[in-house]
Design a protein around this ligand. Sequence first.
Ligand SMILES: NC(=O)c1ccc[n+]([C@@H]2O[C@H](COP(=O)([O-])OP(=O)(O)OC[C@H]3O[C@@H](n4cnc5c(N)ncnc54)[C@H](OP(=O)(O)O)[C@@H]3O)[C@@H](O)[C@H]2O)c1
Length: 264
Amino acid sequence: MNASFYSWILIYKQIMKENQKKVWITGASSGIGKALALKFSDEGWQVAVSARRVELLNELSKKENIFSYPLDVSKLEQTKEIFEKIKKDFKEIDLCVFSSGIYERNLEKEINVESIKKTFEINYLGTVNCIKAVEDYFKNKRSGQLAIVSSPVGYRGLPKSTGYSPSKAALNNFTQGVYFDFKKFNVKISLISPGFIKTQLTDKNEFPMPFLRSAEYAANKIFDGLKKNKFEIIFPPQIAFMYWVFRILPNKVYNFLIAKFVNR
Ligand SMILES: NC(=O)c1ccc[n+]([C@@H]2O[C@H](COP(=O)([O-])OP(=O)(O)OC[C@H]3O[C@@H](n4cnc5c(N)ncnc54)[C@H](OP(=O)(O)O)[C@@H]3O)[C@@H](O)[C@H]2O)c1
């Protein structure tokens, strides 16, 4: 085969690469974020993955189309620098999914101020840092999509959850607010609310988790929901229904039911 044939293949590959859709996923070293990175890669997307555990990201980036960008989302300047790096390498970013989060279950049974601060710094302010880092890029581009992984537990208070649930409540409110701010710039915002998903985060729970699903199930649901540009992506359906009811119940009824049936 002659040299010009190979040049055409190289040009074709370059065009394909430039037309590839591109996503940045945080919290991608394990659980839902990792399953989502693999799903996007399987679907032919170019994927930038971030989290703190470098060795796990390096392992993940052995897969075609996945590239590692280690990051601690609680550090605003670092988050901005990493996004600049990704922009430089990828040229375009179509979608960001912010999935980083922590849950210090054993410290939540009483009010542990240090643990609550840490949880807010990562779950809430860490996500705010990510949105801040990408804000100008997406607003100037006037297209694209940003997704925030929160939790249904953010909708109403629960016993023995003094840091995690309130951090998700703040995130739900923030996400709904920025939905309006970014809509003016044609940038779509999605709020992702997974039910119980089997990951390192829920492995700490010693109570039976209703309707537990795998991280791959969550990744498929998130991928489909984002494709449909949904604002709220809540799953599985049983949890979606349960929280639809919880959200409209008067306090008196909700408080009675939780006090009677939730013993965590
Ligand atoms: N599993 C569930 O049932 C469930 C339900 C509702 C919502 N969620 C939410 O889903 C998201 C993912 O959780 P998961 O269940 O997949 O748990 P996970 O496996 O523990 O994943 C959490 C991810 O967040 C990353 N992370 C933690 N702190 C970070 C920081 N400071 N900077 C950057 N990355 C950080 C972790 O990586 P490093 O430790 O390497 O940094 C990890 O990749 C969380 O926001 C969680 O609240 C989970």
